[in-house]
Design a protein around this ligand. Structure first.
Ligand SMILES: [Fe+2]
Ligand SMILES: [Fe+2]
Length: 199
């Protein structure tokens, strides 16, 4: 597997704080860079859950929560076209566009084991928490005839203990993310189910 370490801890320019891409710009970037519909859905789902968490759990104003959405929607933007340089390419693009450094640092923090960047802020910690878990829960919903209808936390907990189910999802990353954020699966799983089902 490619070495994805970013070898830096500073992202963006503090002078660009508050420079947030519009919804149109964000979705245009998503659609241009990510032909794969399933990957696009994953990114939109992470964005929706991020924003919902910012609003409901962190009680942040809409304007701040919007940044969480942007980070979620763009976090894997370069994964399909530049798998060997994920997520360095999208970071460089957002730096070129002079985007708020908090958004760029959040994208850089979505996989500490791969990118070598530790999440610190709440926005950074939560993208790490949601990334794998969101994909895992969606995979669990897809194999059910009723999809998200009636999907229960206990069924996700059981599947997490079944190594053969969605085997590519590293359970230790999910545990590590929750420990760092001081959260547990019983809190986060129902939140993800609730907020990504309509995406
Ligand atoms: Fe990723
Ligand atoms: Fe992802």
């Amino acid at each position: 597997m490619a070495d994805l370490q970013l070898h830096r801890q500073e992202f963006g320019d503090p002078a660009n704080a508050g420079n947030v891409p519009s919804e149109e710009e964000t979705l245009a970037l998503l659609n241009e860079w990510v032909p794969n519909e399933r990957l696009r859905l994953h990114m939109l789902q992470v964005g929706a859950v991020m924003k919902a968490w910012a609003l409901e759990k962190e009680a942040l104003p809409e304007k701040e929560a919007y940044k969480w959405w942007v980070a979620g929607v763009l976090h894997d933007a370069d994964w399909e076209k530049f798998p060997d340089r994920h997520c360095a390419v999208i970071i460089e693009e957002l730096e070129k566009r002079q985007i708020d450094p908090a958004i760029i640092k959040t994208i850089a923090s979505h996989g500490p084991r791969y990118f070598g960047v530790d999440p610190h802020s709440k926005m950074e910690l939560m993208i790490y928490v949601f990334d794998e878990l969101s994909g895992f829960i969606h995979a669990a919903a897809l194999i059910r005839p009723d999809r998200y209808n009636g999907l229960e936390t206990k069924s996700i907990l059981k599947k997490l203990k079944t190594p053969s189910f969605a085997a590519q999802v590293d359970r230790t990353d999910i545990e590590d993310a929750l420990t760092r954020a001081g959260l547990d699966l019983e809190t986060v799983i129902p939140f993800v189910i609730k907020h990504q089902r309509e995406v």
